[in-house]
Every structure is written in structure tokens, then in C-alpha cells.
Design a protein around this ligand. Structure first.
Ligand SMILES: [Zn+2]
Length: 209
């Protein structure tokens, strides 16, 4: 598996391009903004994505999804449907502010726990990890020991739970019941900040002590 992280939006969200070395099929995960920057990176890598995956319904994770979807004529998959209210509120907000390009944001398919995304020789499993948002999902490449974790866990931090329908207890359950059991050796790319491993966070993350 190959990947490239692109920092997008003023919140420095980690948009991630992932591709299969064998088939060169690629996906874009959480294109939160800066459409031209993402497009340029894809062009530099000589990749044409086949899907867009979304971890959760916050604007800094979905902001450029529609433009990418239209440009490459590819579907948007995710998040889990409990984030529908967030995506709908983006539409309402976008009528007031200068976000007209998000007016027609909609996913082509919600994703559920256990769904699988196949990308050439790679398979990503969908794991539902509510807490930061109720419909937050993460993408796990079991064979490669690799996780795209969105805003559930960061290097040295946790996803915020002071948003509408966020829930701290759910977030901790997601981390302790679903993520940490995947194994200490799992490398994860969070939605913001540096890459880390679950084992490192278990020992060093101040919120997990
Ligand atoms: Zn978020």
C-alpha cells in the first residue's frame, strides 16, 4: 500500500490518497478542502481515483468531496448514516455563507460496520467508532496493519466531544473496545497531526492513562 498525506483547510486536516502498488487504483479519504491542491497531487502521482471515502460529517473532512466526485465522476462513500444530520446542517449553513459548492453534498452510499472497501489488492474494513460524531467510521487495512482513524484518536490526543451529539463515553468505548484491540503494531493516520501507532498511544497518550 502506498499513501500520500495532503494537509488541507486552515485546520490542517490530513486528506489521504491511498493506492494499490500493483493495480495503481486509488482512493481519496477525507478531502476536506483545497480541491486544486488534491487534484494537483493526484496528477503529480499520475493517479485517477475510483472512490472517495469519508470518516465523518464535519466540514473540514468533506469540503472538497463534491468537486472531486464531479471531476473524476466517482462515488462518495460514508460516513455512517447517523452523521446525516451533520451533512444536512452543512447544506443549511452553506446557504448563509460562501460555501455554495457544498449545497448539494450527499453521499452516494452510507457505510456500516463490517462493510469492506476493495482497492486492487487491498481490502479496507469499516469500523463504526461513534463519539466524536455518532456516525464516525474508520478504515482498517488488516493485512497491512494500517488504520485511517479520522478524528477518533490523535498522537497525544482524542477527538473533541463538545459538538452536537458528540459523546465522550462513546468515544472512549470506541477506542478501548474497537481500536486498541486491533493491536499495538497498528500504524494510524489521524485526521489531524502526526502519524502514530496504537501501542505508542496506549503508553504515552495522556488521555488513555
Ligand atoms: Zn471532526
Amino acid at each position: 500500500m502506498n499513501y500520500r498525506i495532503i494537509s488541507v483547510t486552515s485546520l490542517m486536516q490530513n486528506c489521504c490518497i491511498v493506492w494499490c502498488k500493483l493495480t495503481r487504483e486509488s482512493i481519496v479519504i477525507d478531502p476536506g478542502g483545497n480541491f486544486e491542491k488534491i487534484q494537483q497531487e493526484l496528477s503529480d502521482l499520475d493517479l485517477s481515483p475510483v472512490k472517495i471515502l469519508i470518516t465523518h460529517g464535519h466540514l473540514d473532512h468533506v469540503g472538497a468531496a463534491i468537486e472531486l466526485s464531479k471531476c473524476y465522476k466517482i462515488p462518495i462513500l460514508g460516513p455512517q448514516k447517523l452523521d446525516k444530520f451533520l451533512l444536512e446542517s452543512l447544506l443549511i449553513k452553506s446557504k448563509d455563507i460562501l460555501l455554495k459548492k457544498h449545497l448539494d453534498f450527499k453521499t452516494h452510499s452510507w457505510l456500516e460496520e463490517g462493510d469492506k472497501i476493495v482497492l486492487g489488492s487491498l481490502t479496507f474494513e469499516v469500523i463504526h467508532c461513534p463519539g466524536h460524531t455518532p456516525g464516525h467510521i474508520v478504515f482498517f487495512y488488516r493485512k497491512g496493519r494500517f488504520l485511517i482513524s479520522g478524528d477518533v484518536i490523535f498522537k497525544g490526543g482524542l477527538g473533541r466531544t463538545n459538538f452536537p451529539k458528540s459523546n465522550y463515553k462513546d468515544l472512549m468505548n470506541s477506542i478501548y473496545m474497537k481500536l486498541l484491540p486491533l493491536g499495538d503494531d497498528i500504524t494510524f493516520i489521524p485526521g489531524h497531526g502526526s502519524i502514530s501507532t496504537l501501542g505508542y498511544e496506549k503508553i504515552n497518550n495522556p488521555f488513555l492513562q
